[in-house]
Design a binder for this molecule. Structure first.
Ligand SMILES: Cc1cc2nc3c(=O)[nH]c(=O)nc-3n(C[C@H](O)[C@H](O)[C@H](O)COP(=O)(O)OP(=O)(O)OC[C@H]3O[C@@H](n4cnc5c(N)ncnc54)[C@H](O)[C@@H]3O)c2cc1C
Ligand code: FES
Length: 343
């Protein structure tokens, strides 16, 4: 049995069966709901249930009790239990691309720092991947598990796909990448994914805030902005623990020399004493707020560790930045969830 899902603001509708998520059904029908992790954690697919009820196989970690009480649902995990009316901002641009599963060859491996590997992938000759700067891909393992990594290059420079992968202590897949992955190896990927992308028509200046390899999707966005000649201020804040974690220190400095509207501020949370660091220190979002006490008129893009992204999002909203001007890509990973029904 299929349920009808309607979005009154756009008058779009699609059908979903009880065994598929509302996001899956929407994307299959060409209705472009926003999403990020697809794991019920980042909140990017949050929308309001105006009519009807949904159920979850397990309560998503990112669905807080007060959100449920206020009638919100996470559509990447929610299954329809009836016809629904929902309120959510569709991402029109996603309609222009198709999510593909395909083989990809490891073309080059380059260790950029003690714990970051740059991986270049080459797609089959007959496939041209259409994607937006800032999106990500999934590696699909033989056991069906997925691992997500952001695309670090811009679409105009698509000879290879570039990834920046941080080694996670005890992390199965990233350990594999560091220890055993070989040039020439064929992997299976799904791409492009997610709705983290540049809002090109926005008139507001841009702040980009990345933590660690959160620099990767921002690099793609910045290179795309330069490519299209975006004429507005862009300020990149890159937060890392110590100097050795700034794994491509020269690139943003070079951008700042070439593009007068671009600024770069590295921020170290644990600078130590050995490098005589004289730059910014502390949490990266606090460095942003210190430099820009009034952030209300900025678009702010955040990517990297979930704690950084969610903490910054809350504080920026407390400072009066409207939610619609905050764009985030939280580098979530698998976690346990609980079971419930809501409506
Ligand atoms: C949309 C998206 C984009 C991403 N882009 C990037 C990227 O460009 N570069 C990048 O380096 N990572 C990125 N990540 C994070 C990346 O997917 C995970 O680090 C990776 O899946 C870990 O796989 P693993 O098999 O090594 O670890 P697992 O074996 O899955 O995990 C082992 C344990 O390590 C811990 N862990 C796993 N991942 C993380 C993490 N990210 N941070 C802290 N602890 C963790 C957890 O406790 C977990 O239980 C992204 C994630 C998402 C959702
Ligand atoms: S919570 Fe649904 S996409 Fe992340």
């Amino acid at each position: 049995m299929k349920y009808k899902i309607s979005i009154p603001t756009t008058q779009h509708s699609f059908f979903a069966s009880a065994d598929e998520t509302i996001l899956e059904a929407a994307l299959q029908s060409g209705v472009s709901l926003p999403y990020g992790c697809r794991g019920g954690r980042c909140g990017a697919c949050k929308g309001k249930l105006l009519k009807g009820s949904v159920s979850y196989k397990e309560i998503p970690k990112g669905l807080k009790k007060d959100m449920q009480d206020d009638g919100y649902a996470l559509f990447c995990q929610a299954h329809a239990c009836s016809d629904l009316e929902i309120a959510i901002d569709e991402v029109e641009k996603l309609k222009q691309i198709k999510i593909l599963r395909m083989p990809a060859k490891v073309a080059k491996l380059e260790q950029l720092s003690h714990d970051v590997m740059r991986v270049y992938l080459k797609l089959p000759e007959n496939i041209r991947l259409k994607f937006f700067a800032g999106q990500y891909l999934d590696f699909i393992q033989d056991n069906g598990e997925h691992r997500s990594f952001s695309i670090a290059n811009a679409p105009h420079d698509d000879d290879h796909i570039e990834l920046h992968i941080r080694h996670i202590d005890g992390g199965e897949y990233t350990q594999y990448i560091f220890d055993r992955m070989k040039v020439g190896e064929i992997l299976r990927i799904e791409a492009p994914l997610g709705s983290f992308m540049l809002q090109e028509s926005s008139p507001r200046p841009i702040i980009l805030m990345g933590g660690g390899t959160g620099f990767a999707p921002l690099k793609g966005i910045i290179e795309h902005a330069f490519h299209i000649g975006l004429e507005k201020p862009i300020h990149l804040f890159w937060g890392v623990r110590s100097l050795r974690d700034l794994y491509m220190p020269d690139l943003p400095v070079e951008w700042a020399h070439r593009f007068p509207l671009f600024q770069f501020t590295p921020v170290l949370s644990e600078p130590g004493t050995e490098n005589n660091w004289e730059g910014k220190t502390g949490f990266v979002h606090q460095a942003v707020m210190k430099q820009y006490p009034d952030l209300k008129n900025f678009d702010i893009y955040m990517s990297g560790p979930p704690a950084m992204v969610y903490g910054a999002r809350d504080e920026f909203m407390e400072k009066g930045v409207p939610e619609k001007q905050l764009f985030s890509d939280a580098f979530e990973f698998n976690s346990q969830m609980e079971q419930t029904e809501t409506g």
